[in-house]
Design a protein around this ligand. Structure first.
Ligand code: ADP
Ligand code: MG
Length: 433
């Protein structure tokens, strides 16, 4: 696919902004989605993080808004719903960047900040509202916002909104917008609840997708290190030491866990901040800014806090705890290797977490290669499963680990190897629960 932004039919001011921002050509999702959005169609976009989804919907929306029909007036015509406050802020920043010279107004409506200022901004007239569902519903119930002039609704990171429990609110909000509207739905995965949302609220959508749901970015090197839970604090410290000067995101399952890891690293003299739902909006924003600027190179985050946030040049993603939902693994490691760079994803796996690891391997359709704690590869020994009976069990001829085998996808529908494979390098640790 070799189209340019000019081919896609965007207006001159937008093209100028793109070239000023060194966007040379559209990403695949942009090349597919932009013409459909410009044509007024509903769109379902399926793409991993880092594929340029934000611009894929923002650019054509801005083009359509910039027609000059409402010169000087700013009726609320576009609503963008996102799962998290950070993502809302980030999308609004992107809108500011992309809409230079178009005379449009946009604002964010999120919880955790005073409602009064938001009410004032809305009262002054805005074209685009970027919102998290909770605060938007508050504003609507106080009659500070009306959705009856809405022309386009965007549901960004829909699967994450589902995870947080926003589906009922989203359905309620959609009902408050005109029936005759354009709806754009973007998601990294397509669980059945999202498919049914799309069925119920979208009209003959154009489906665009750029990667298989289960695919993890090819440029991410993935490894798992098996260890006892008690070994994790030391392991994260060692890992940080091993990657000096590089940005690292560490995912924990709980808010408390995030704080503990941050505290531990800070006592070791390694600057780290934690972001999660119990931090104030200001704290989260400061942590993100420090991480972006590189004054603190380690960010500890829970899944919800980190979702959708675009941070450039993350070298390493660490799964300090395994996620409960296998799809979160795909999202987490998508934080690295963005926009074509390569990255490393390291997973700390305790014996109790092995079954979560197997569920992930099933989703990504490949085993995650195991490493020793010091980063050296583990010799892979293929165990005596019925499938392998009669095959050579010696890993390799030259004594090097049989790494290849681990990259081979297991057959569809094959049993997730819960306890059926064993790790080499001495202790067979695959204590499947
Ligand atoms: P997603 O929403 O899919 O996670 P984003 O829209 O946040 O992805 O884009 C990821 C990064 O790539 C952002 O930093 C964005 O500025 C950049 N980007 C998006 N589209 C292009 C493009 N066509 N050319 C260069 N950079 C781009
Ligand atoms: Mg996005």
């Amino acid at each position: 696919m070799n189209v340019s932004f000019t081919d896609l039919g965007l207006c001159a001011p937008i093209l100028k902004t793109l070239s000023n921002n060194k966007y040379e050509k559209p990403t695949p999702i942009q090349a597919q989605a932009i013409p459909a959005v410009l044509a007024g169609r509903d769109v379902v976009g399926l793409a991993q993080t880092g594929t340029g989804k934000t611009a894929a919907f923002t650019l054509p929306i801005l083009h359509r808004l910039a027609d000059g029909k409402y010169n000087g007036k700013h009726p609320l015509r576009v609503l963008i719903l996102t799962p998290t406050r950070e993502l809302a802020t980030q999308i609004n920043d992107a809108i500011w960047t992309y809409s230079r010279g178009l005379g449009l107004k946009s604002t964010v409506v999120i919880g955790g900040v005073p409602i009064k200022r938001q009410q004032r901004q809305i009262a002054q007239g805005i074209d685009i509202l970027v919102a998290t569902p909770g605060r938007l519903e508050d504003l609507i119930s106080q009659r500070s916002v009306s959705l009856d002039k809405i022309e386009t609704v965007v549901l960004d990171e829909a699967d994450q909104m589902l995870d947080i429990g926003f589906m009922p609110a989203i359905r309620r909000l959609l009902k408050l917008t005109p029936k005759k509207r354009q709806t754009l739905l973007f998601s990294a995965t397509m669980p059945k609840e999202i498919a049914s949302l799309s069925n119920d609220h979208l009209t003959d959508p154009v489906k665009v997708s750029v990667a298989q749901v289960s695919a993890t970015a090819d440029k991410i090197e993935q490894t798992v290190v098996h260890m006892d839970p008690g070994a994790k604090p030391t392991a994260i410290f060692k890992l940080a030491e091993k990657h000096p000067g590089k940005r690292i995101i560490v995912f924990t399952r709980t808010k408390r866990g995030a704080d503990k890891v941050a505290k531990r690293l800070n006592t070791e003299g390694i600057g780290a901040d934690a972001i999660h739902g119990n931090k104030s909006q200001g704290q989260r924003q400061r942590a993100l800014d420090a991480f972006r600027k590189g004054t603190k190179l380690i960010l500890i985050a829970t899944d919800i806090a980190a979702r959708g946030i675009d941070i450039p040049d993350v070298a390493v993603v660490v799964n300090y705890d395994l996620p409960n939902v296998p799809e979160s693994y795909v999202h987490r490691i998508g934080r690295t290797a963005r926009a074509g760079a390569s990255g490393l994803a390291v997973t700390f796996c305790s014996p109790e977490e092995v079954k979560l690891l197997r569920a992930i391997e099933k989703v990504i359709k490949m085993p995650v290669p195991a490493m020793n704690a010091d980063g050296s590869p583990m010799a892979a020994v293929v165990a005596n499963t019925p499938k392998n009976v009669g095959k050579r069990r010696t890993p390799t001829r030259d004594g090097k680990p049989a790494k290849r085998r681990w990259h081979k996808p297991r057959g569809e529908g094959g049993k997730p190897a819960g306890g059926s494979r064993r790790r080499g390098g001495g202790k067979p640790k695959a204590a499947s629960a």
